[in-house]
Design a protein around this ligand. Structure first.
Ligand code: FAD
Length: 395
């Protein structure tokens, strides 16, 4: 009979995979399993934090995918048997699959930073999954007194959205500069280098003067313990940093269902073949998006969307007995320093001798020292990027 393809996770990776599988394999049965009726993007959630965007503009439903003929099941996948090729849903139902695409995103490592667990996140939100945590962080920011300190604890890589913490710092600074100008932002960072660093340092300075203070490990950035209720972070030198609002972004790993499916290794992420994002550990399973080990591709919505299309093309070729597609992937990450100040990095990647490499001379990064017109044009492109990728993903 017709091939059955199940996609787990209706985020950037999964929704895109379901859409393109539907388009390119007319005879197959395509099922998308996602517990939420509406998906809220982390992308642009920093604009919401800063009061620059309404929450509902970040929400995307699944009706357009249903209209295309995808069977969207509102449930979570509780277990996967990669040998029997079944997935067990939260309602108890069991689905059979010939091919499985997993795009479950991240889980937080609650055991990585002493003092920071799920209960602590109610006092010191991470806001690294869009939803209740994002609202909590925004409420805390709004309640913060003028002259207070907003402190971020930023992990070493790999983690979801490498430039995300620094964009958050910029947009929180934008809010504070307007509403609470005596306040400070302190970034305690576990690493010396980060994505678009010179552009962020330049932009923070230009727009917000000395408001943003970034501290690498040698200057107290390496946090070894957190007291979330006291909103305090202790660094590797034993110094304690206090804040009025504490945003802790902990280390991360692949979403639990990927572990259940047997596709995750000791790194906490899912190793995949560079040519088609097939799991190296289980046949007939593909893993895309944040859950996959895809370095040097960053963990971004843009990467997940691109990987999803390649997987759809690879499954089409396999099931129709055609030649496999050439493994080419793209990523574009815009970050906003302010509503009219955008910066970006883009890259093209391909599989070469079994690993992913960035294509030499492809992509690029915004120039340092560009003028206001250039920065404001990139901020407009960022908005256009959001509209177009969300249209390509959820329709
Ligand atoms: P997700 O989008 O998280 O989707 C995973 C889905 O799987 C979720 O809907 C979840 O409910 C579902 N799921 C999980 N477990 C199960 C299960 N057991 N059964 C069924 N469903 C399950 N990226 C960009 O490209 N551009 C940006 O500007 C950008 N900005 C960001 C800003 C911030 C602050 C953050 C935190 C991230 C940002 N990102 C950005 C990164 C982007 O959000 C992620 O890289 C992207 O969401 C990854 O897609 P994914 O499909 O792997 O996971």
């Amino acid at each position: 009979g017709a091939a059955q393809i199940v996609v787990v996770g209706g985020g950037f990776g999964g929704a895109t995979a379901a859409r393109y599988l539907r388009k390119w394999l007319r005879a197959a049965r395509i099922t998308l399993v996602e517990p939420a009726a509406r998906y809220y993007t982390c992308a642009f959630s920093n604009l919401y934090l800063a009061g620059l965007r309404d929450w509902e503009t970040l929400g995307h439903g699944y009706d357009a995918l249903r209209t295309l003929g995808i069977d969207v099941v509102q449930a979570s996948a509780d277990d996967i048997d990669p040998v029997a090729r079944t997935v067990t849903l939260s309602g108890g139902e069991r689905l059979r699959w010939d091919k499985l695409v997993l795009s479950p995103g991240i889980d937080l490592r609650w055991d990585a930073l002493p003092g920071y667990d799920e209960a602590a996140a109610e006092f010191a939100p991470h806001a690294w999954k869009a939803g209740a945590q994002t609202h909590l962080l925004r409420q805390q920011l709004q309640a913060m007194p003028d002259g207070g300190t907003f402190m971020m604890v930023i992990p070493a890589g790999p983690y979801r959205c490498p430039p995300g913490p620094y964009e958050r710092a910029a947009l929180v600074a934008h809010y504070l500069a307007r509403c609470k100008p005596r306040s400070k932002l302190v970034l305690l960072d576990a690493k010396d280098e980060f994505s678009k660093k010179p552009l962020f340092l330049e932009g923070w300075k230009q727009r917000y003067g000395d408001m943003v203070e970034w501290r690498p490990p040698a200057e107290g950035g390496a946090v070894v313990r957190v007291d979330a209720q006291r909103r305090e972070a202790e660094d590797a030198h034993g110094a304690r940093h206090r804040a009025e609002v504490l945003n802790v972004i902990p280390a991360q790993k692949a979403g639990l269902i990927a572990v259940r499916a047997g596709v995750v290794d000791a790194s906490g992420w899912a190793p995949v073949h560079a040519g088609n994002f097939a799991s190296t550990l289980q046949p007939h399973v593909h893993v895309i998006g944040d859950a996959a080990s895809a370095a040097p591709m960053p963990k971004s919505g843009s990467s997940a969307n691109s990987q999803a299309k390649l997987v759809a093309a690879a499954l089409q070729a396999e099931l129709l007995g055609r030649d496999a597609p050439e493994a080419l992937y793209t990523n574009t990450c815009y970050s906003l320093i302010g509503p009219k100040h955008g910066i970006s990095v883009a890259g093209v990647y391909r599989a070469q001798s079994g690993t992913l490499v960035e294509v030499p001379g492809s992509g690029g990064i915004s120039p340092l020292g560009a003028g206001a017109d250039f920065r404001s044009a990139e901020a407009r492109y960022a908005l256009a990027w959001y509209e177009s990728i969300c249209g390509d993903t959820w329709g």
